[in-house]
Write a protein that binds this ligand. Structure first.
Ligand SMILES: Cc1cc2nc3c(=O)[nH]c(=O)nc-3n(C[C@H](O)[C@H](O)[C@H](O)COP(=O)(O)OP(=O)(O)OC[C@H]3O[C@@H](n4cnc5c(N)ncnc54)[C@H](O)[C@@H]3O)c2cc1C
Length: 431
């Protein structure tokens, strides 16, 4: 039977970051990936953040396959006809050390996998880990789908992504995944010549931007639409809470088509040719949905641990850092008492000290709050749009009267008391 000190399930950013950290420290480590290469199964939008990635792979952006550095982030709040737009652009984001890049994870993860192999890990692709091996109440390896596929290990890191079957099987995620903890994301990659992208999005050569879209973009459901500029393609998609889709009996593809045909969106996509269409889940339950993060001989990282910050569109960075911290925990305890559950609880402590759990704790009530307060995705975008239209329409009405009219429009849809309550609660969950 094959034997390694550590086995990792899943070659996404969490698994690869853990493997890289362990292999560099001289640990015998194997990563199992069911796809035919790392990233083969991935459809992240996606924006990769420079600083957290460098925590694992210093200087990565000089050689990794990236699309464009993100110099501008825009937010569009859509109603049926209108768009209220906000944005921030910085020259500081256009050069070193950079802030973020658009990427295709199928290319990035493949490159990262090579780095992991160069560091000394064994990467075994096209292999599904079907179960964990247990002995005397602790994990002692994994059962793969290959003939005679049992592999022994002193510790296992589950970095299997959102479909966390092994994490659930190990009893770490009690009750399984719930529809209010998951968003369904659909994404299309549309080919468009490089010059057209730069022209349409107002970008200098090689630079990129992201647009996040709320309100009508998701037909008023809790979620977000997105358009990201790649080298010669656009990533266009929507992610919507699964429980909302079920409630509204909608198909995510119809939501995406609706977004693509919005009058403010369609001109940016005109003539772009579909290249790929993908769908995936995103764990959006936040802090309250996090499973137990360790067991005897076992750690969980990344999406499998529900470590996604949906408010800030962050997932890959939480995956990378949790993978790195899982590896560092193993490195610490292997010479000091071994991979017992009590020792492995240090992993949770490390995550608590990092931005990962601090941020998720900060936003721990947002999922529930927005689920119970759909007006933030329906009524408020409409009111903001009406207010902006009224304010910007030049019609010889004195400005003070206009302000009164805007206030009347708002309060005719939502009482002052409810408005004050909503604002206060919003501040409490986000502040
Ligand atoms: C549409 C979309 C857009 C997103 N946009 C962004 C973004 O812009 N920025 C951002 O930071 N994050 C974004 N995310 C989130 C981000 O993709 C995830 O948080 C991140 O990929 C999590 O990494 P991971 O390593 O935990 O899991 P994954 O990347 O899902 O990797 C898990 C790996 O495990 C493998 N696997 C699973 N089960 C087994 C098994 N039993 N045996 C062997 N292999 C197995 C899978 O094939 C997969 O390769 C987006 C997600 C989606 C779906």
């Amino acid at each position: 039977m094959l034997k390694f000190e550590v086995v990792i399930v899943g070659a996404g950013p969490a698994g690869l970051a853990a493997a890289y950290t362990l292999a560099k420290a001289g640990v015998e480590v194997a990563v199992f990936e069911r796809g035919d290469h790392p990233g083969a199964k991935n459809l992240m939008g996606g924006v990769l953040y420079r600083q957290p990635t460098e925590e694992v792979l210093p200087g990565f952006y000089r050689e990794a396959p990236l699309e464009r550095p993100v110099v501008e982030q825009r937010l569009w709040i859509l109603t049926e006809d209108d768009a209220l737009t906000l944005g921030y652009r910085s020259r500081a984001f256009a050069g070193e050390p950079y802030n973020a890049f658009t990427v295709f994870r199928s290319r990035f993860d493949r490159w990262f996998g090579q780095k992991v192999v160069e560091a000394g890990a064994l990467l075994i692709t096209e292999t599904v880990v079907e179960d964990l091996l247990w002995e005397n109440g602790r994990v002692v390896g994994v059962r793969t789908g290959r003939p005679q596929g049992d592999v022994r290990a002193e510790a296992v890191i589950l970095a299997e992504g959102v479909n966390s079957l092994l994490t659930q099987k190990a009893g770490l995620k009690k009750g399984g995944l719930q529809t209010h903890e998951l968003a369904v994301a659909v994404k299309e990659v549309l080919a468009l010549p490089k010059e057209k992208i730069e022209d349409r999005f107002g970008l200098e050569e090689g630079q990129g931007c992201t647009i996040e879209l709320l309100g009508e973009a998701t037909l008023g459901m809790m979620g977000v639409g997105f358009i990201y500029t790649n080298k010669d393609t656009l990533s266009v998609g929507v992610g919507v809470l699964l429980s909302h889709l079920v409630r509204r009996r909608l198909n995510p593809n119809d939501v995406l088509e609706h977004l693509k045909n919005h009058p403010s969106v369609r001109k940016f996509l005109a003539g772009a040719q579909p290249k790929e269409y993908l769908a995936h889940l995103i764990p959006e339950g936040g802090f309250r949905s996090i499973p137990k993060l360790y067991g005897p001989g076992l750690l969980v990282a990344g999406d499998a641990a529900m470590l996604v910050n949906g408010i800030h569109r962050e997932g890959s960075n939480l995956a990378l850092i949790s993978g790195k911290l899982a590896a560092e925990t193993l490195l610490e305890v292997r010479t000091r008492g071994g991979y017992h559950e009590k020792n492995l609880s240090r992993y949770r402590e490390k995550l608590e000290k990092s931005f990962v759990l601090q941020d998720l704790r900060k936003y721990q009530n947002t999922s529930l709050f927005f689920n119970e307060n759909p007006q933030f995705f329906t009524l408020y975008p409409r009111l903001l749009s009406l207010a902006a239209r009224e304010f910007l329409t030049v019609d010889s009405v004195p400005k003070r009267e206009k302000q009164r009219k805007i206030w009347q429009i708002i309060t005719s849809h939502r009482s002052r008391w409810k408005l004050a309550q909503d604002l206060f609660r919003l501040w409490r969950v986000l502040g």
